[in-house]
Design a protein around this ligand. Structure first.
Ligand code: ATP
Ligand code: MG
Length: 224
Protein backbone atom coordinates (compact mmCIF):
# COMPACT_ATOMS: atom_id res chain seq x y z
CA UNK A 1 0.00 0.00 0.00
CA UNK A 2 1.23 3.52 -0.82
CA UNK A 3 2.02 6.32 1.61
CA UNK A 4 -1.31 7.99 0.80
CA UNK A 5 -4.02 5.88 -0.71
CA UNK A 6 -7.34 7.37 -1.79
CA UNK A 7 -9.99 4.77 -2.51
CA UNK A 8 -13.19 5.66 -4.32
CA UNK A 9 -13.20 9.00 -2.56
CA UNK A 10 -16.30 11.19 -2.98
CA UNK A 11 -17.65 14.45 -1.68
CA UNK A 12 -21.27 15.27 -2.19
CA UNK A 13 -22.40 18.85 -1.77
CA UNK A 14 -25.94 20.20 -1.72
CA UNK A 15 -26.63 23.61 -3.13
CA UNK A 16 -29.86 25.28 -4.17
CA UNK A 17 -31.88 22.10 -3.60
CA UNK A 18 -29.63 20.08 -5.88
CA UNK A 19 -26.84 17.73 -4.87
CA UNK A 20 -23.73 16.94 -6.85
CA UNK A 21 -20.42 15.16 -6.39
CA UNK A 22 -17.62 17.76 -6.26
CA UNK A 23 -15.32 14.72 -6.11
CA UNK A 24 -16.57 11.53 -7.67
CA UNK A 25 -15.11 8.14 -6.63
CA UNK A 26 -11.49 9.16 -7.02
CA UNK A 27 -8.72 6.64 -6.41
CA UNK A 28 -5.10 7.68 -6.21
CA UNK A 29 -1.92 6.25 -4.76
CA UNK A 30 1.02 8.39 -3.66
CA UNK A 31 4.39 6.81 -2.80
CA UNK A 32 7.42 8.25 -1.01
CA UNK A 33 9.46 10.26 -3.52
CA UNK A 34 6.53 10.79 -5.90
CA UNK A 35 5.95 14.23 -7.37
CA UNK A 36 2.37 14.24 -8.56
CA UNK A 37 0.58 17.13 -10.26
CA UNK A 38 -3.15 17.52 -10.68
CA UNK A 39 -4.47 19.97 -13.24
CA UNK A 40 -8.05 20.90 -14.00
CA UNK A 41 -10.44 23.76 -14.53
CA UNK A 42 -11.71 26.01 -11.81
CA UNK A 43 -14.48 24.26 -9.90
CA UNK A 44 -13.47 20.75 -11.01
CA UNK A 45 -12.94 19.58 -7.40
CA UNK A 46 -9.15 19.87 -6.93
CA UNK A 47 -9.15 21.69 -3.59
CA UNK A 48 -11.94 19.46 -2.28
CA UNK A 49 -9.86 16.40 -3.16
CA UNK A 50 -6.69 17.76 -1.52
CA UNK A 51 -8.57 18.73 1.64
CA UNK A 52 -9.99 15.23 2.00
CA UNK A 53 -6.56 13.68 1.36
CA UNK A 54 -5.01 15.95 4.01
CA UNK A 55 -7.49 14.97 6.72
CA UNK A 56 -9.18 18.38 6.66
CA UNK A 57 -12.55 17.50 5.16
CA UNK A 58 -14.70 14.46 5.79
CA UNK A 59 -15.52 12.51 2.64
CA UNK A 60 -19.11 11.44 1.99
CA UNK A 61 -17.83 8.23 0.41
CA UNK A 62 -14.64 6.20 0.15
CA UNK A 63 -11.54 5.94 2.31
CA UNK A 64 -8.25 7.74 2.90
CA UNK A 65 -5.38 5.54 4.05
CA UNK A 66 -2.15 7.10 5.24
CA UNK A 67 0.64 4.66 6.04
CA UNK A 68 -2.04 1.99 5.99
CA UNK A 69 -4.29 3.72 8.52
CA UNK A 70 -7.85 4.80 7.72
CA UNK A 71 -7.44 8.40 8.92
CA UNK A 72 -11.11 9.30 9.24
CA UNK A 73 -11.54 6.61 11.90
CA UNK A 74 -9.19 8.62 14.16
CA UNK A 75 -10.53 10.95 16.84
CA UNK A 76 -10.29 14.70 16.07
CA UNK A 77 -7.33 15.22 18.35
CA UNK A 78 -5.45 12.27 16.86
CA UNK A 79 -6.18 13.44 13.35
CA UNK A 80 -4.73 16.89 14.20
CA UNK A 81 -1.58 15.34 15.62
CA UNK A 82 -1.24 13.02 12.65
CA UNK A 83 -1.60 15.92 10.20
CA UNK A 84 0.83 18.08 12.13
CA UNK A 85 3.46 15.31 12.10
CA UNK A 86 3.04 13.79 8.68
CA UNK A 87 1.57 16.33 6.28
CA UNK A 88 2.78 19.74 5.20
CA UNK A 89 -0.01 21.74 3.62
CA UNK A 90 0.25 24.88 1.52
CA UNK A 91 -3.32 26.16 1.12
CA UNK A 92 -4.63 27.98 -1.92
CA UNK A 93 -4.16 31.74 -1.50
CA UNK A 94 -2.63 33.68 1.38
CA UNK A 95 -2.51 31.68 4.59
CA UNK A 96 0.11 33.32 6.84
CA UNK A 97 -0.96 34.75 10.20
CA UNK A 98 -0.72 38.52 9.84
CA UNK A 99 0.25 39.32 13.45
CA UNK A 100 3.33 37.08 13.37
CA UNK A 101 6.64 37.59 11.61
CA UNK A 102 7.63 35.33 8.73
CA UNK A 103 9.98 33.52 11.07
CA UNK A 104 7.29 32.89 13.69
CA UNK A 105 4.82 31.80 11.02
CA UNK A 106 7.29 29.16 9.89
CA UNK A 107 7.83 27.94 13.49
CA UNK A 108 4.14 27.76 14.51
CA UNK A 109 3.43 24.15 13.41
CA UNK A 110 6.41 23.03 15.47
CA UNK A 111 4.93 24.46 18.65
CA UNK A 112 1.37 23.19 18.15
CA UNK A 113 2.47 19.93 19.73
CA UNK A 114 5.21 19.49 22.29
CA UNK A 115 8.54 19.00 20.54
CA UNK A 116 12.20 19.20 21.33
CA UNK A 117 15.00 20.34 19.07
CA UNK A 118 16.45 23.39 17.37
CA UNK A 119 13.40 24.83 15.65
CA UNK A 120 15.06 28.23 15.13
CA UNK A 121 17.99 26.69 13.26
CA UNK A 122 15.64 24.60 11.18
CA UNK A 123 13.43 27.57 10.33
CA UNK A 124 16.42 29.56 9.12
CA UNK A 125 17.64 26.71 6.93
CA UNK A 126 14.20 26.42 5.37
CA UNK A 127 13.91 30.18 4.82
CA UNK A 128 17.28 30.08 3.06
CA UNK A 129 16.14 27.14 0.98
CA UNK A 130 13.08 29.06 -0.23
CA UNK A 131 15.20 32.19 -0.72
CA UNK A 132 13.66 34.60 1.81
CA UNK A 133 15.88 34.39 4.92
CA UNK A 134 16.38 38.17 4.65
CA UNK A 135 12.64 38.57 5.32
CA UNK A 136 12.56 36.52 8.53
CA UNK A 137 11.70 39.52 10.73
CA UNK A 138 9.14 40.99 8.32
CA UNK A 139 5.38 40.71 8.59
CA UNK A 140 3.25 39.09 5.88
CA UNK A 141 1.77 42.43 4.75
CA UNK A 142 5.30 43.59 3.87
CA UNK A 143 5.81 40.69 1.46
CA UNK A 144 4.96 40.10 -2.19
CA UNK A 145 2.61 37.29 -3.16
CA UNK A 146 5.50 35.06 -4.20
CA UNK A 147 7.40 35.73 -0.99
CA UNK A 148 4.32 34.84 1.08
CA UNK A 149 3.96 31.64 -0.88
CA UNK A 150 7.57 30.72 -0.16
CA UNK A 151 7.06 31.40 3.54
CA UNK A 152 4.00 29.10 3.48
CA UNK A 153 6.13 26.40 1.85
CA UNK A 154 8.83 26.75 4.52
CA UNK A 155 6.12 26.52 7.18
CA UNK A 156 4.75 23.34 5.57
CA UNK A 157 8.21 21.74 5.77
CA UNK A 158 9.10 22.67 9.36
CA UNK A 159 7.98 19.33 10.85
CA UNK A 160 9.74 17.31 8.15
CA UNK A 161 6.50 15.81 6.76
CA UNK A 162 6.19 12.54 4.81
CA UNK A 163 3.86 14.29 2.37
CA UNK A 164 3.80 17.87 1.10
CA UNK A 165 0.48 19.00 -0.36
CA UNK A 166 0.30 22.34 -2.16
CA UNK A 167 -2.80 23.89 -3.71
CA UNK A 168 -1.80 26.08 -6.67
CA UNK A 169 1.50 27.11 -5.09
CA UNK A 170 2.53 29.04 -8.20
CA UNK A 171 -0.80 30.64 -9.13
CA UNK A 172 -0.21 34.31 -10.05
CA UNK A 173 3.59 34.01 -9.90
CA UNK A 174 5.91 34.96 -12.76
CA UNK A 175 7.60 32.28 -14.85
CA UNK A 176 10.97 32.52 -13.15
CA UNK A 177 9.60 32.31 -9.59
CA UNK A 178 7.35 29.45 -10.70
CA UNK A 179 10.37 27.56 -12.02
CA UNK A 180 12.26 28.16 -8.76
CA UNK A 181 9.40 26.85 -6.66
CA UNK A 182 8.93 23.81 -8.88
CA UNK A 183 12.64 23.00 -8.62
CA UNK A 184 12.35 23.29 -4.86
CA UNK A 185 9.45 20.80 -4.85
CA UNK A 186 11.45 18.45 -7.03
CA UNK A 187 14.34 18.60 -4.55
CA UNK A 188 11.91 17.91 -1.69
CA UNK A 189 10.59 14.86 -3.57
CA UNK A 190 14.12 13.64 -4.27
CA UNK A 191 14.86 13.79 -0.56
CA UNK A 192 12.01 11.31 -0.02
CA UNK A 193 9.01 13.47 0.90
CA UNK A 194 6.11 12.79 -1.44
CA UNK A 195 4.80 15.91 -3.18
CA UNK A 196 1.22 16.34 -4.36
CA UNK A 197 0.32 19.63 -6.01
CA UNK A 198 -2.55 21.21 -7.84
CA UNK A 199 -1.51 23.52 -10.63
CA UNK A 200 -3.18 25.56 -13.32
CA UNK A 201 -0.20 25.89 -15.57
CA UNK A 202 0.78 23.18 -17.99
CA UNK A 203 4.38 24.41 -18.01
CA UNK A 204 4.88 23.11 -14.47
CA UNK A 205 4.19 19.54 -15.51
CA UNK A 206 7.70 18.75 -16.67
CA UNK A 207 8.86 18.79 -13.04
CA UNK A 208 6.63 16.02 -11.74
CA UNK A 209 6.73 12.29 -12.35
CA UNK A 210 2.97 11.81 -12.78
CA UNK A 211 0.18 14.09 -13.88
CA UNK A 212 -3.55 13.67 -13.45
CA UNK A 213 -6.34 15.85 -14.63
CA UNK A 214 -9.56 16.55 -12.80
CA UNK A 215 -12.77 17.05 -14.72
CA UNK A 216 -16.10 17.62 -12.96
CA UNK A 217 -15.01 15.58 -9.97
CA UNK A 218 -13.42 12.76 -11.96
CA UNK A 219 -9.69 12.10 -11.90
CA UNK A 220 -7.82 10.57 -14.83
CA UNK A 221 -4.19 10.17 -15.82
CA UNK A 222 -3.23 13.10 -17.98
CA UNK A 223 -1.98 12.32 -21.44
CA UNK A 224 -0.26 15.11 -23.35
N1 ATP B 1 -18.90 23.97 0.98
C1 ATP B 1 -19.37 23.84 -0.26
N2 ATP B 1 -20.70 23.68 -0.48
C2 ATP B 1 -21.20 23.53 -1.71
N3 ATP B 1 -20.43 23.48 -2.83
C3 ATP B 1 -19.10 23.63 -2.68
C4 ATP B 1 -18.50 23.82 -1.41
N4 ATP B 1 -17.15 23.91 -1.57
C5 ATP B 1 -16.94 23.81 -2.89
N5 ATP B 1 -18.09 23.64 -3.57
C6 ATP B 1 -18.24 23.44 -5.02
O1 ATP B 1 -17.56 22.23 -5.35
C7 ATP B 1 -16.93 22.35 -6.62
C8 ATP B 1 -15.43 22.06 -6.47
O2 ATP B 1 -14.81 23.10 -5.71
P1 ATP B 1 -13.23 23.14 -5.51
O3 ATP B 1 -12.93 24.26 -4.61
O4 ATP B 1 -12.79 21.78 -5.09
O5 ATP B 1 -12.74 23.44 -6.98
P2 ATP B 1 -11.26 23.70 -7.55
O6 ATP B 1 -11.03 22.71 -8.64
O7 ATP B 1 -10.31 23.73 -6.43
O8 ATP B 1 -11.40 25.16 -8.19
P3 ATP B 1 -10.32 26.37 -8.31
O9 ATP B 1 -9.38 25.99 -9.41
O10 ATP B 1 -11.17 27.55 -8.66
O11 ATP B 1 -9.67 26.51 -6.97
C9 ATP B 1 -17.24 23.75 -7.12
O12 ATP B 1 -18.36 23.65 -7.97
C10 ATP B 1 -17.60 24.50 -5.86
O13 ATP B 1 -18.49 25.56 -6.14
MG1 MG C 1 -9.09 25.20 -5.64
Amino acid sequence: MGLLELRELSKEYKRGGRSFNAVNRVSLSVEAGDFISIIGRSGSGKTTLLNMGAGLLNPTGGTVFFEGRDIYTLRDKDISLFRNEKIGYVPQGQSLLSNFTVFDNVCIPWFLFKREGDVEGRAFILLEKVGISHLAASYPKELSGGEMRRAAIARALINDPRLLIADEPTGDLDAQTTAEIMRLFRAVAQEGTAVLIVTHELDTLEYGNKTYSMNEGNLALHTA
